[in-house]
Design a protein around this ligand. Structure first.
Ligand code: AVI
Length: 333
């Protein structure tokens, strides 16, 4: 799923339009109903997500920024001079700036994102502050194989950076596939630095996804607004409600949109029936322990190489190095 969104990527028009329609229709036709979280991120959804990151209840962004600021020098030790830094799902440049300020001269910085506009904007934003930096954007789905630009492949090593706990929006098998794919892309000797939200008391988790101001609810419901606009849907927003809760067995926050009554909704000319209380499952946000992410990474060919957390142990930045027996990297131009 997460071409993800943080993959929270605004979907590029045309080719993604028909995928959106096909995915929504098949998801709403399934039992239980579901729509992939990557579809949250139209222009409004992306703005709402930015507002979420500033909410008092939503701790992940603040914690991750604190760790990056406090531990920048240690993290930078994993990124030697002359390395290429590859950011998976780059989005805004806020986090990578902290890293870029702490590292010595890089061969290149390669932001990778599905959204061309975001990539362009990021390169423009970074230029004045890092005039020497070679920024080589790649437009790609981070969950799929893609090729790095030649200067990044010519560097003695590549370091991947995947902040934001976007890994938590992948299903575990997708997260494992992402990690394997990242290993193939970055190649021999690579390091991967990942931001991952940690398992913690359920009240804190539930509050983070049920903020008092209702921004997360608006973010969730905006999916229906998008379906109405782009797929000629007739969802009545006041007949659906935001539900978010921590599922302890599966270590994940689940977000749903629950129908408040029995009703029929039209989407792209098709009729979808809802029972009272029936939900559309819109997002999973998996929470990890140091050990569980380490185990997942090991299974995908990575060895733990460093962990930093905030003082409350809410969030982690975890580093991994590629095990020796990796496959050849994909060289591109
Ligand atoms: C982007 N991603 C890491 C967020 C999360 O916490 O899973 C998306 C989000 N959904 C609701 N609030 C934030």
């Amino acid at each position: 799923m997460v071409a993800l969104a943080r993959s929270r990527r605004i979907q590029t028009q045309s080719d993604d339009e028909s995928a959106f329609e096909a995915d929504v229709l098949s998801g709403l036709g399934a039992t239980p109903k579901r729509v992939a979280a990557k579809y949250f991120y139209d222009a409004t959804g992306s703005l709402l997500f930015e507002r979420i990151t500033e909410l008092p209840e939503y701790y992940p962004t603040r914690c991750e920024m604190t760790i990056l600021r406090d531990r920048a020098a240690d993290i930078a030790k994993l990124i030697p001079q002359g390395a290429a830094l590859v950011e998976f799902g780059s989005g805004s440049s806020k986090k990578v700036r902290i890293v870029l300020e702490a590292v010595r001269r890089l061969a290149a910085y390669v932001p990778v994102d599905i959204c061309a506009e975001m990539l362009e904007q990021e390169a423009v934003d970074l230029q004045p502050d890092f005039p020497q930096l070679k920024v080589l954007p790649v437009q790609a789905d981070i969950a799929q194989p893609f090729r790095l630009p030649a200067p990044a492949m010519a560097a003695p090593m590549r370091v991947g950076f995947f902040p934001g706990s976007t890994i938590g929006n992948f299903e575990p098998h997708e997260a494992a596939a992402f990690l394997r794919n990242a290993g193939r892309i970055l190649g021999k000797g690579a390091t991967l630095i990942i931001g991952a939200d940690l398992i913690k008391p359920v009240e804190i988790l539930n509050a983070a996804y049920n903020d008092a101001a209702g921004v997360t609810a608006a973010f969730n419901l905006n999916l229906l607004v998008r379906i109405n606009r782009e797929l000629g849907g007739d969802f009545k927003l006041d007949t659906f409600e935001h539900h978010a809760f921590y599922n302890r067995e599966r270590h994940r926050i689940e977000m749903h949109l629950a129908s408040l009554k029995r009703q029929k909704v039209k989407v792209s000319g098709e009729t979808i029936e809802f029972r009272t209380g029936e939900t559309i499952h819109t997002e999973n946000s998996y929470k990890y322990s140091i050990e569980s992410l380490g185990a997942l990474a090991r299974g995908a060919g990575w060895q733990p190489a460093g962990v930093w957390t905030d003082e409350r142990n809410y969030f982690s930045i975890q580093a991994f190095t590629l095990s020796e027996r990796r496959t050849t990297p994909q060289v591109g131009g």
